[in-house]
Design a protein around this ligand. Structure first.
Ligand code: SAM
Ligand code: GLN
Length: 278
């Protein structure tokens, strides 16, 4: 039988040969998951032999990862924004950059008391659950047009013992009243990106990704509808693509708009408040 260290090296090399973009990170995660070990084992038990059943489990996982199934689908769960999220083909895998949108949301909420919040296009429930976890006094709503995504979001609320009001429908359909924060990571990629997307991204629902020729079909519709649902002192926060965020910002008449960068310095988030009547 191979040792843990040999097994890790074999996994890194196999994933590297398959052209996986981050073979070291993925190998570590898959080895620990398949063998049911925690991180310290890689340091303290590197010379121990692994079990036959663990080796079989690992080989199957590595084969699927080499075929470009997303790591998060194989692990079945991610830690994101302070919550645990089950991840599978029903919804988009939450991205690290979207934690920046959560951070902007929490910052905006610091200045509000008993806020009403809505996350439009909640997917796994990531943003809504991250907000509810960090600010228990907020009343959080979340919508999605995909019944599958919403079912997963509900499971994730239960997994984290959090209470969010989920609504199935198009944008704001089924909601009433005004919100102090409207946040959304809508589909925002130009349709033509379909042909150049990484193989892993093809495991995300297309409904979650693409939105017309410049990626702004749904974001534009969302902005138009948002003014009827935002309270006068409310904040609208959107994640967009660095290629189209300034375009939408320029189009937003009647709003004060700022564009904020993500952690890699790319223009990514749009923060908007309604113009106050003079
Ligand atoms: N909020 C999640 C996140 O940040 O990980 C998922 C974001 S994903 C990019 C966009 C989500 O919007 C998908 O779950 C998709 O089903 C949903 N969606 C697409 N069109 C929609 C619409 N017209 N109304 C509501 N949700 C929509
Ligand atoms: N950031 C995602 C990607 O690169 C796109 C998510 C979205 O369209 N909102 O695949």
């Amino acid at each position: 039988m191979a040792t843990l260290r040999d097994t890790l090296n074999w996994t890194v090399n196999t994933l590297k040969d398959a052209g996986i973009p981050s073979p070291e990170v993925d190998a570590r995660e898959l080895v620990l998951f398949a063998l049911g070990l925690n991180r310290t084992a890689l340091l303290t038990r590197a010379h121990e032999e692994i079990s036959a059943s663990g080796a079989t489990r690992l080989r199957e996982l590595v084969e699927r990862r080499a075929a470009r199934v997303p790591l998060q689908h194989l692990l079945g769960e991610v830690e994101w924004g302070g919550v645990r999220l089950r991840t599978d083909a029903r919804a988009l895998v939450p991205r690290p950059e979207t934690e920046g949108l959560l951070e902007l949301s929490l910052r905006a909420l610091q200045e509000m008391t008993l806020p009403r919040v809505v996350d439009i296009g909640t997917g796994t429930g990531a943003i809504a659950l991250g907000i509810q976890q960090a600010t228990s006094e907020a009343e959080v709503w979340a919508t999605d047009i995909s019944a599958d995504a919403l079912a997963l979001a509900r499971e994730n609320a239960e997994l984290n013992d959090l209470c969010v009001n989920f609504v199935h429908g198009n944008l704001f359909a089924g909601l009433s009243g005004r919100f102090d924060l409207i946040v959304s990571n809508p589909p925002y990629l130009p349709e033509s990106d379909r042909f150049s997307a990484q193989p892993e991204v093809q495991h995300d629902p297309t409904l979650a990704l693409y939105s017309g020729p410049d990626g702004l079909d749904l974001p534009r519709e969302l902005v138009r509808a948002a003014s009827q649902f935002l309270s006068p002192a409310g904040v609208l926060l959107l994640e967009l693509d660095p290629r189209n965020v300034d375009l939408l910002a320029r189009e937003m008449q009647g709003w004060q708009v700022e564009v904020r960068p993500d952690l890699t310095g790319r223009r990514r988030f749009l923060r908007a408040t309604p113009d106050r009547p003079a």
